[in-house]
Write a protein that binds this ligand. Structure first.
Ligand SMILES: Cc1cc2nc3c(=O)[nH]c(=O)nc-3n(C[C@H](O)[C@H](O)[C@H](O)COP(=O)(O)O)c2cc1C
Length: 184
């Protein structure tokens, strides 16, 4: 089974979760393509499972203005953040507009990274991904969010949790059953 893992990332946290997801899928025998949203294909026909991940900005998916703000954070030496290559380019929001939805439709799953505060205050980009795909007639079958601390570093254990989540996605997609959403 072929899987596509698409991510956007400013400081590397969402990329690290995407990499953990991709490694777990590969360890389960899937053929996995891991790509930044700006490099992601429009044509999804060859994939049985598509997993889309984004940082949460202003409660939802990044916009050009919030990407610029993230770049300003990285310019602030005191934050010790390194901006990812291509961070200011096209992201998940733009890819969701340009991708083509094939029939039969692959299983779709979405994840976000967000601050480690209650979701009510943080928002969740995964919910934004689900909403945009729903408008295109696609139901996302699993959502997850992974937390970063106040210094914008992944909270300990989040990559392992992402790997566990990915294995549940792979097994559900392989068996054809609907995927059980993982509530953190
Ligand atoms: C401009 C900006 C706005 C943000 N807004 C939110 C927010 O509304 N809620 C939240 O939980 N985190 C917010 N964050 C924190 C990001 O979610 C966090 O930096 C991101 O998950 C880190 O992932 P990345 O390293 O892949 O970019 C914001 C970060 C930036 C730079």
């Amino acid at each position: 089974m072929n899987a596509l893992v698409i991510y956007e990332s400013m400081f590397g946290n969402t990329r690290r979760i995407a990499e953990a997801v991709a490694r777990a899928l590969e360890s389960d025998g899937l053929w996995v393509d891991l790509v930044r949203a700006g490099d992601a294909p429009n044509d999804l026909a060859m994939f049985a499972l598509v997993i889309v991940g984004s940082p949460t900005h202003a409660h939802t998916l990044p916009l050009p203005a919030s990407r610029t703000q993230a770049a300003a954070w990285a310019d602030d030496q005191s934050k010790a953040l390194v901006l990812e290559a291509g961070a200011d380019g096209e992201g998940v929001r733009e890819w969701l507009e340009r991708c083509e939805i094939p029939h039969p439709t692959p299983h779709f799953a979405a994840f976000s990274t967000r601050s480690d505060i209650p979701r009510l205050f943080a928002g969740d980009a995964a919910v934004g991904i689900r909403r945009r795909l729903r408008k295109r007639g696609v139901e996302v079958t699993a959502l997850a969010d992974f937390e970063v601390d106040v210094a914008s570093r992944l909270v300990h254990g989040e990559e392992a949790r992402a790997a566990t989540w990915a294995l549940t996605l792979a097994r559900s997609a392989t068996s054809g059953r609907s995927v059980t959403p993982v509530v953190p």
